[in-house]
Design a protein around this ligand. Structure first.
Ligand SMILES: NC(=O)c1ccc[n+]([C@@H]2O[C@H](COP(=O)([O-])OP(=O)(O)OC[C@H]3O[C@@H](n4cnc5c(N)ncnc54)[C@H](O)[C@@H]3O)[C@@H](O)[C@H]2O)c1
Length: 351
């Protein structure tokens, strides 16, 4: 029920609009504006029910508060979901996005949107026709383009920091890394890892994509079913969320989990399960913040690429802080990251 989901949520509010022409639900979830406008992407997806869409939006909006806070950005957390009966194309898609733009504009900048699953920089160009509160337009449309390369760079620095913590040196030469999902982020990450001398293993449900990347980078490829139990130093999930759970964690044969996917843990207790299994987990919202850092740095803060690169390197430093805090307090890395978020929120002027 909508009521139960909202009662159990600690966010600020949700704007709900039913879009009659496409029979879609628009849900703009504002989790926190404590550190600045609630920022997070617009996910377009076919959900089993509006209830599932709301649950996804609330969870993702909360994660954006944590991600933006720990990344040191002057942004709060939000997320929008367009729960569509089928993914629209052509004019129907454009008109849906324009009506959605009016909804975002009506919030007067309290929420700033960007791309997410099934929405592209070209969709953000359309939203920007009617609404100024948009990150991630195409470069031709006046934006800073795809944030996937920055996400990959942040994950690369995060993997180095994780390897340093686990093995005493950040060097990747000869370290084995499995990249699960070689899409926009995973493919770029794989290139950087190969460049740093890592021994790469690639897995993707799109076999041709994995094979092409494997051939280009001199990497081994693996059946995606076997990815979770690969014997590697680093398992890097760059595909879908929820892959670390009660059933999969006992199958892991890696020392480190460090990747780009959002919401990797099925539930918070999975961070404890990983810690008990002796696996160093780089909390997802810390290591995958490169995308929002790219957007905020270039489009909100007016910084140049040199400053952006410094911020992306900072992801490695933040992870080091998380790992040290976890060790000092005897808590999981997930709990340590949550503690950093609480500290940053508590230190804000509005607290
Ligand atoms: N793009 C960004 O800037 C960004 C920022 C933060 C987080 N993320 C997260 O990182 C992940 C990857 O994002 P992306 O932009 O590269 O997406 P993408 O759609 O470009 O790539 C995902 C890849 O994963 C593959 N895949 C899907 N399910 C799989 C499975 N079970 N096993 C193996 N491969 C599978 C797909 O075939 C595809 O090649 C997502 O979870 C996304 O939410 C992305």
């Amino acid at each position: 029920m909508f009521e139960d989901l909202l009662r159990g949520w600690d966010g600020e509010g949700v704007l709900v609009r039913f879009d009659e022409p496409t029979q879609s639900w628009m849900l703009v979830c504002l989790h926190s504006t404590r550190l600045g406008p609630a920022a997070g992407g617009t996910r377009m997806k076919v959900y089993p029910s509006p209830h599932d869409a709301l649950r996804d939006g609330l969870r993702l909006a909360s994660a954006m508060t944590s991600k933006n806070a720990v990344a040191g950005l002057p942004l709060g957390g939000g997320k929008a979901v367009l729960a569509v009966p089928e993914i629209p194309q052509g004019d129907a898609r454009r008109e849906l996005l324009l009506r959605y733009a009016d909804v975002v504009a009506s919030l007067g900048g309290t929420y700033r949107t960007a791309c997410d699953m099934n929405t592209s920089e070209h969709d953000m160009d359309v939203v920007a026709e009617r609404c100024p509160y948009v990150f991630g337009r195409s470069e031709a449309g006046g934006g800073s383009g795809s944030s996937a390369p920055a996400t990959a760079t942040g994950v690369f620095h995060g993997i180095r920091a994780s390897v340093e913590h686990a093995f005493g040196s950040p060097a990747l030469d000869g370290r084995s890394v499995l990249v699960q999902g070689v899409g926009a982020v995973g493919r770029r990450l794989a290139e950087m890892l190969a460049g740093a001398g890592a021994r790469l293993v690639l897995a993707d449900v799109d076999e041709s994509r994995a094979k092409e990347a494997g051939a280009a980078l001199g990497a081994e490829t693996l059946d995606p079913q076997d990815a979770i139990s690969a014997e590697v130093d680093v398992f890097s999930p760059c595909a879908t969320g929820g892959i670390l759970n009660e059933a999969t964690i006992p199958r892991l044969r890696c020392r480190i989990v460090a990747g780009a996917a959002n919401n990797q843990l099925a539930e918070p207790a999975d961070a404890e399960r990983l810690a008990k299994a002796g696996i160093l987990y780089a909390p997802d919202y810390v290591i995958n913040a490169g995308g929002i850092i790219h957007l905020a740095s270039l489009e909100l803060l007016g910084e140049d690429r040199t400053r952006l690169e410094e911020r992306l390197r900072g992801i490695g430093n933040t992870l080091g802080e998380v790992f040290r805090l976890a060790e000092a307090e005897g808590i999981s890395t997930g709990a340590a990251a949550d503690r950093l978020v609480e500290q940053r929120l508590a230190a804000s002027p509005g607290a």
